[in-house]
Ligand binder design. Structure first.
Ligand SMILES: Nc1ncnc2c1ncn2[C@@H]1O[C@H](COP(=O)(O)OP(=O)(O)O)[C@@H](O)[C@H]1O
Ligand SMILES: [Mg+2]
Length: 226
């Protein structure tokens, strides 16, 4: 299989076109994607919208992932372009988390635990022709669903408070719509928010700007939760 042009780049990975309906996702620092493969396969088998896992590519590293090629904007791009409203974006994020958290855990013996994405933000949702798909399962784990809702809220609040980001006003609108959309699912309890804040504070991927607004972001989520 021939590795083609770069199709996208996030904070940790580069995604290249492959022949046929596939892309190659490669971590820039050589991290192993094997754990993600197991989670994504399990979720696909449970009917959750994730890209399908493809056959190993010829010139691939053992740490690469071959994934179904998705065509369409990310939710972040659609919000910025105005083709998706903040209310629609919030409903979509809440629905995706609700559906994810309806699936039984894969590993945990605690019946309350669920698979958590822990980085479900607009950049990690692709609005593909076949429907919205969730990508980027690097951070996935298992635990209480409220932690996932807290993480998504906190991540958006950090963006909303970063003065260097032109999209911050729109993201604040998205956050203001997201917290009410979570209400029927159990909302964002204070202990989940505290745990999410501690996880973010320990995340080496966070930039200095993101770290600087973390506490204020937690306060913003708490104030919008009411
Ligand atoms: N299956 C896919 N099909 C098409 N493009 C993709 C696919 N997965 C990822 N991408 C593109 O690559 C970018 C980075 O992918 P992502 O998995 O979010 O990596 P990161 O961990 O670096 O954020 C995405 O924003 C998207 O543009
Ligand atoms: Mg990503």
């Amino acid at each position: 299989m021939h590795t083609g042009p770069l199709m996208g780049s996030g904070r940790t990975a580069d995604v290249y076109a492959l022949d046929g309906p596939w892309v190659l996702r490669r971590y820039r620092d050589g991290m192993d994607a094997t754990g993600e493969l197991a989670v994504m396969s399990y979720l696909a088998a449970s009917g959750f919208p994730v890209p399908r896992i493809g056959p190993p590519a010829e010139d691939a590293l053992p740490t690469d992932l071959v994934l179904q090629r998705l065509t369409g904007p990310t939710l972040a791009e659609a919000l910025l372009a105005g083709t998706t409203t903040e209310a629609e974006g919030a409903e979509l994020l809440a629905r995706l988390l609700r559906e994810l958290h309806a699936i039984p855990p894969r590993l945990s013996q605690d019946p309350e635990d669920r698979i958590l994405h822990l980085d479900l933000r607009p950049e990690n949702v692709i609005l593909a022709a076949e429907g919205a798909m969730v990508i980027d399962w690097l951070t996935a784990g298992e635990g209480p669903p409220a932690l996932d809702r807290a993480m998504s809220s906190l991540i958006l609040a950090q963006v909303a408070l970063d003065p260097s980001l032109p999209a911050r006003a729109r993201v604040r609108g998205l956050l203001a719509a997201l917290l009410p959309a979570f209400a029927d699912d159990g909302g964002v309890p204070a202990e989940a928010l505290a745990r999410a804040t501690a996880l973010r504070a320990d995340d080496p991927q966070l930039t200095a700007d993101e770290l600087a607004v973390l506490d204020e972001a937690a306060e913003l989520v708490a104030s919008l939760t009411g």
